[in-house]
Design a protein around this ligand. Structure first.
Ligand code: FAD
Ligand code: PHB
Length: 393
């Protein structure tokens, strides 16, 4: 087994791991990033689309926003559809000019990988059997196999940025973490279609047949979602059935959804999850490794980037001054924003989805809530400030 050393070992090359590597590089801190999938796989994994204003400003400040600024689509509002009508929430008017940017997670990940490769610092794809050790001591290690060789990486700190199904969180001894979770009785069937988006702004639709969302990736690519069962069998969904369902849920008098070739279809389950604290000894969890939100509030990627921003600042302070104050406060600082996003995502999910065999009482509450957020300035402002991202939590 060969042994190497670095300051921070980063497990996972998703948005959290890559951004942390970038931030620490800017401060001259050594990192090794380990990713168990291939570069092609990571760059093609379609997920988030909505970036908060604060996330865009942050990526721009750290020099990772060049393509985001030229290709990202700035949106100043979203539409909520219910009872056969659309109602605009003017995000920017309600938040002192703040907005969101539509930029695919795939594109952000490609940008961050290019930045990493330019630095010449290690980013290893397709590593196997990753395991973390000696978390309680001051020299934790990561073991893995790469290109047929067993490797051991000795470091000062491990950053667990390996997503919800990663190995870092499960490596924390039982009894240390408090876990909070909620499973939802539905999922999202998502498609990417080669057709110009039929609406200039995102449309979140409440419908008797279930929720639907019209989103986009570019002026030529639409991203659409249909509420389905969490274990929905994609084999039962022909292209015709998908479009029929989207027309039924999103259609309006005088407006039609344009169809195009479907490039990708996927089903996502929906879950809320938080573990506390987001740290064990020298292992720090960040992003989906520590918390998950249902996608209705478009918060997951934004939270992941906030975590690594806080973590990087704390690590830089520790390496310069020797103070562990930032690291000691890491979990608590992140969890404040995490729980705000957990609540917002849970609330949006409940307001918009139809549980199977929905109780008419619940449906009337949903419609009343939707009417309230689309008629009351105070209620609309509350939705808007959470959606574009709160500056202070
Ligand atoms: P991941 O992106 O999961 O990255 C973790 C990485 O670790 C992966 O590359 C994985 O392959 C790797 N890994 C796993 N195990 C190991 C191991 N053992 N060893 C090495 N590497 C490992 N968020 C938003 O903010 N806005 C949105 O609009 C939005 N829309 C979404 C829509 C959908 C349908 C879904 C599913 C999610 C959406 N999200 C959204 C959430 C967002 O995609 C995630 O929160 C985000 O990917 C989290 O980034 P991460 O880096 O923490 O985790
Ligand atoms: C997306 O474009 O993928 C998207 C948009 C809004 C959401 C979730 C996902 O709430």
């Amino acid at each position: 087994m060969s042994r190497t050393r670095t300051q921070v070992a980063i497990v996972g090359a998703g948005p959290a791991g890559l951004t942390l590597g970038h931030l620490l590089h800017l401060e001259g801190i050594d990192t090794v990033i380990l990713e168990n999938r291939s570069r092609d796989y990571v760059e093609a994994r379609i997920r988030a689309g909505v970036l908060e204003q604060g996330t865009v400003d942050f990526l721009t400040e750290i020099g990772a926003g060049e393509r985001l600024l030229s290709e990202g689509l700035v949106h100043h509002g979203i539409e909520l559809q219910f009872d056969g009508e659309r109602h605009r929430i003017p995000l920017s008017d309600l938040t002192g000019g703040r907005s969101i940017v539509i930029y695919g997670q795939t594109e952000l990940v490609k940008d961050l990988i290019l930045h990493r490769l330019e630095t010449g610092r290690p980013l290893h794809f397709e590593v196997d059997d990753v395991s973390v050790h000696d978390l309680e001591g001051d020299q934790p290690t990561v073991r893995y196999r790469h290109e047929g060789r067993d490797e051991e990486l000795v470091c000062d700190v491990i950053a667990g940025c390996d997503g919800f199904h990663g190995i870092c969180r499960p490596s924390i001894p039982e009894g240390v973490l408090s876990e909070f979770s909620r499973e939802y009785p539905f999922g999202w069937l998502g498609i990417l279609a080669e057709v110009a988006p039929s609406s200039d702004e995102l449309v979140y639709a409440h419908h008797d047949r279930g929720f639907a969302l019209l989103s986009l990736r570019s002026p030529e690519l639409s991203r659409l979602y249909i509420q389905c069962r969490p274990d929905e069998d994609l084999a039962e969904w022909t292209e015709d059935r998908i479009w029929d369902e989207l027309h039924a849920r999103l259609g309006l008098d005088g407006w039609a959804l344009a169809e195009g070739p479907i490039l990708e279809t996927v089903v996502h389950g929906m879950r809320s999850y938080v573990c506390e604290p987001m740290r064990y000894g020298r292992l720090f969890l960040a992003g989906d490794a520590a918390h998950i939100v249902p996608p209705t509030g478009a918060k997951g990627l934004n939270l992941a980037l906030h975590d690594v921003r806080v973590l990087a600042e704390a690590l830089v302070d520790w390496s310069r001054s020797g103070s562990t104050a930032g690291l000691d406060a890491y979990s608590e600082t992140c969890l404040r924003r995490v729980w705000r996003a957990e609540h917002f995502s849970w609330w949006m999910t409940h307001m918009l989805h139809r549980p199977e065999g929905a109780d008419p009482f619940d449906v009337r509450l949903q419609l009343s809530q939707l009417r309230y957020v689309t008629t009351s300035d105070a209620a609309a402002r509350s939705l808007a400030e959470n959606y574009v991202g709160l500056e202070v939590v």
